[in-house]
Each structure stands twice: as C-alpha cells, then as structure tokens.
Design a protein around this ligand. Sequence first.
Ligand code: NAP
Ligand code: GDD
Length: 361
Amino acid sequence: MTIEQNDDSEMEVNNNRALITGITGQDGSYLAEYLLSLGYEVHGIIRRASTFNTSRIDHILTDPHTPGTRLFLHYGDLADSEQLSNIIYNVQPQEIYHLAAQSHVRVSFDIPEYTGNISGLATTRILEMLRRSSRTIRFYQASSSELFGSSSPPQNEKTSFRPRSPYACAKAYAFSMTVNYREGYHLFATNGILFNHESPRRGEIFVTRKITQALARILAKKQEKIYLGNLEAKRDWGFAPEYVEAMWKILRNDEPQDFVIGTGQGHTVREFLESAFSYAGLDYEEYLEVDPRYFRPTEVDVVIADCTKARTKFGWNPKIQFDDLIKIMVDADMRASRLRPIGEGDEIIRKKFPDRWWKVD
Ligand code: NAP
Ligand code: GDD
C-alpha cells in the first residue's frame, strides 16, 4: 500500500500533478490509470476502512520507496475540512478531480443528511480552499444527469434541473457552488454532467452490474433468481473508461465550462436485462422477481444526453454503445465467476481499443 505521509517534504514541483478524490471508486480508478498513462503524478484520497478498499487500484499501486513511483495515496474524508486542506496544501496539484461522493441514489433516501454533507457540502469545502489558497488549480466537479430529474429528454447544458432524490439535490447544490465560485472568484471550476457510465468495475449494487453479476452467478449455478425494482426507467448508459477521458478533456479548455457527456441513446432497465440474458442464451423472465424494496420514493423516468456541445468543442464521440457495453460487462463477470467468457465483449475491447491504457477489467 502506498500511503504518503501528510507533510510537505519531498514534494517536488511537477507540472502534471493531479489530485483525485474518490480514487478507489469506479471512475477514480480508471482516471488514475488514465492520468498515469499520460505521465501524470497522481495523488488520491482514500478513506480508512477496516477492510481493504483498494481492489480497483491494486494493480497500479507500487511501494512509495520504488524509484519512479507516481501514484500516492493520502488518508482523508470529505467530512474533514482540515485534512482536505492539508492534503491540497501538501500535494500542490495543478488539477483536482472531485469524484468522491455518496453516489447511490436509492441509499440517499435512507441517509439524506449524510448525502447532503458528503455529496453536496464537501464541494464547497474544496472550493473554499481553492479560493483562499490557489485560484489557478483546475477543478472538476462530478455532476450528474440525475440533476435533470423530471425534465424532458434529451437533456443538455441548458435544460432545467428538477432533482428527484436527496442525492440529486446534493449534487444540484454542488453544481451551483461550482458555477458560483467560477463566476465570483474566477476559479477554473468546471462541471462534467455525466450520464450513467458502467464497466466491469461498477459497484455491485448499481443496476447494470447487479444484472451482469447475477447472470454470471446464475450460469455458474451460484444463484437462482435476480430481484429488481423499477424495470421501466430509461437511462443513457455508456462505458466508464471513455468518460474519464472526457473529464480530462473538460479541464483542457481555455475557459472553464460545463459539459453534458453521454451516448445519446436511451434504454430501459428491462431492455438491459433482456439483452444481457439473451447474450448468454437465457430468458430473463425465468429468473426475475420484482421486489418493491428497490423502488424509490421518487424516480427519474428517463434521461438521454444531448452532447452537441462536447462533440463540437472536443470531438466527443463514444465508441461503446448499449449492446457492446452489455457484452463487455457480461464477459468480465463470467471471468470473475471462473467461467469461460462468451467472448464477444472481449473482442469488442480488442478491436475498438487496440492501445487501451487500462490493464484489468
Ligand atoms: P463510486 O464507485 O461509488 O465511488 C465513490 C468514491 O467516493 C469511492 O472512492 C468512495 O470511497 C469515495 N467516498 C465516498 N464517501 C467518501 C467520504 N466521506 N470521504 C472520502 N471518500 C469518499 O462512484 P463512481 O461511479 O466512481 O462515480 C464517481 C463520481 O461521479 C461520484 O461523485 C458520482 O456521484 C458521480 N457520477 C457518477 C456517474 C456514474 O454513472 N458512475 C454518473 C454521474 C456522476 P470508498 O471506496 O472508500 O467507498
Ligand atoms: N440500483 C438498482 N437496483 N437500481 C434498480 C434496481 C435495483 O435492484 N431495479 C431497478 N432499478 C432502477 C432504478 O430505479 C433506476 O431507475 C435505474 O435502475 C438505475 O439505477 P442505478 O443503477 O442505481 O443508477 P442511477 O441512475 O440511479 O444512478 C447512477 O447514475 C447517476 C447518473 O445519472 C449513479 O451512478 C449516480 O451516482 C449517478 O449520478
């Protein structure tokens, strides 16, 4: 484990130094790998836990004493302003990607106050440090298509926010604070309004990964049923590695701006389920049980991105659409269940990303 001391010794000046909050999450792990592949020195904030929580980044961690090490971890928590401030002061990054959050929408209804603190107020903590110390640091806020809530699709940077969960309300506050600090204090503060993006590293309680993992376990005879909630919600699902590349591009603009990032296609949860099971030659209806515990008090019915701005400004054009994404995730989960993958997903990765910078599923 590479945990850096919290002092400011031995920190040389480096023009490509980034700090990532949420480095142990799906996006943080891909982003760290991407920035390392670009030659960055990468610092990540990690929470203390009683179990190891670095499984997504173990393959890029090296001993800090190894010459040439460029990935460093620092203990911290978004609730702890003092430590966030220490880390920013000691690391002196040129770029901050603020990805950490209580990111589960359903769970935010159970813990609304905590979600407001961690997914909302923490952004203000970081922005305040930037205002007081260094206004030249480029700041990326992980905003979400959940902001659009009940606004009609397709949604773009001009669409009204109508948040439908404590998570979305917290993210709406963080979005607005980012814009306010940009306008009021001239910070290079940006929002990436990202639509759902998935991968083999997706948390196991988000619906796509829950489906592909359950399918693999059903094939491996370790599970008999899958229990889901609302099957009719429509999402715009893309492939996470492509989305972290977009985060980096958002910070490359001459002026700080906000961008919508998605695929432009919408599909229901039922379509995802049907397509995943049929890829493996199964009929999902034989395995599905609907469990009301997964329904949400208020639901976002449909989000579909209009990415005209990102396409025009930096050529955003994702290679992976819905069917490819499902095959990639099913193959990976079959491998994780010690089954031989069907193989079409692995082939899509080989063909579409011959020089891929991420090394493991
Ligand atoms: P994720 O897999 O749930 O990762 C969340 C990260 O935040 C983890 O590293 C987690 O640490 C960390 N974290 C949570 N609470 C923390 C705290 N109190 N202090 C410090 N770290 C904390 O989320 P993701 O899918 O990578 O998403 C990244 C960001 O983008 C999130 O802000 C999410 O809301 C936003 N977003 C995601 C999507 C999407 O489709 N994935 C779309 C739009 C926006 P542990 O590993 O210790 O739990
Ligand atoms: N998680 C989950 N579990 N969702 C289910 C289930 C289930 O068993 N059954 C149906 N769903 C439905 C949800 O009601 C929702 O309509 C849809 O599947 C997607 O749910 P999630 O995968 O949990 O994602 P999300 O869209 O709520 O939120 C994700 O994407 C946002 C971007 O729009 C998260 O990553 C957020 O952090 C992110 O901001």
